[in-house]
Design a protein around this ligand. Sequence first.
Ligand SMILES: [Zn+2]
Length: 90
Amino acid sequence: MRKNQCRICNIKTNHEVVHEEKIHGSEEDGSFQWKDTYSIIRCKGCDNLSFLNIYGNTDMYYINDSDEQNFTLQNRNFLNFYKLGKKLFT
Ligand SMILES: [Zn+2]
């Protein structure tokens, strides 16, 4: 279960993953790696379906103040389907 912003509820709500595809790859020498996750998620509050894309690669690592390696993920919730079937691009 993950919390995502729901455009209908207008707050972060619990979402269930209806379907998920993960693709990943790297340069041949392994110096650059990337991971792309595409999910169809459903709000547990209003049953609205959304499309979520999370992308990350090795250039997005950063070291925080405690010397820990962190990973910034790009989290795009860019397509929402309303119950009526209308599409909304953000
Ligand atoms: Zn909702």
